[in-house]
Ligand binder design. Structure first.
Ligand SMILES: Cc1cc2nc3c(=O)[nH]c(=O)nc-3n(C[C@H](O)[C@H](O)[C@H](O)COP(=O)(O)O)c2cc1C
Length: 170
């Protein structure tokens, strides 16, 4: 597992190569295997392949321009009627997407939608409108998915910082 975690980097440039349906299904399966509060599984995923829609999604925030270049974008959403920890649940699902992407030889990036945009908070209604997301379903983030266009730079052991670890008391 630590090998996949080491390899997981935020990738913002992608090859012009389609993502196989089987790989996409495994990635979505991993998301649906995530821990979730009270077993409520509040997540919903909108899978976007349309170039036109990806181009529009790329304009959601000042930090999302590259999503246009990914062959697939998964909007990670949550149902506010399911439990109370839907933000945590959907964020964990996004991380499962990120890690299984690595396992499938793919790459991704967590692109913030909730509370993002200029003005702050404008990204989510913009994405909801574009993707026809109904009331009661919120958007946490977008996960662009594809084959990395550059070599993955793995995390190194030197990033382990013992000062961040507090034994028994802070
Ligand atoms: C909650 C969250 C929001 C993020 N939002 C964005 C974003 O909007 N755009 C982006 O390019 N990267 C975004 N990132 C990716 C971070 O920039 C990245 O994880 C961080 O720089 C560490 O690099 P690494 O993922 O390669 O280890 C986000 C990551 C997290 C966890």
């Amino acid at each position: 597992m630590i090998e996949a975690i080491r390899k997981r980097r935020s990738i913002r440039s992608f090859l012009k190569k389609e993502v196989e349906e089987e790989k996409l299904r495994e990635v979505l399966k991993a998301a649906m295997f995530s821990p979730n509060s009270w077993g409520t599984k509040p997540w919903e995923f909108v899978v976007v392949r349309s170039a036109e829609t990806r181009k529009a999604l790329a304009k959601a925030t000042g930090h999302s321009s590259f999503v246009e270049k990914a062959p697939v974008v998964i909007a990670v959403c949550y149902n506010i009627e399911k439990g109370r920890r839907f933000k945590e649940d959907s964020s964990i699902a996004a991380e499962h997407i990120h890690l299984e992407a690595v396992n499938q030889g793919l790459a991704s990036c967590f692109v913030q939608v909730a509370d993002a945009g200029d003005p702050p908070g404008s990204a989510e209604p913009y994405v909801k409108e574009l993707l026809n997301i109904p009331e009661g379903i919120r958007v946490m983030c977008m996960m662009p998915l594809g084959y990395a266009a550059r070599e993955l730079k793995e995390h190194k052991d030197s990033e382990y910082d013992p000062k961040k670890v507090h034994n028994e008391r802070y």
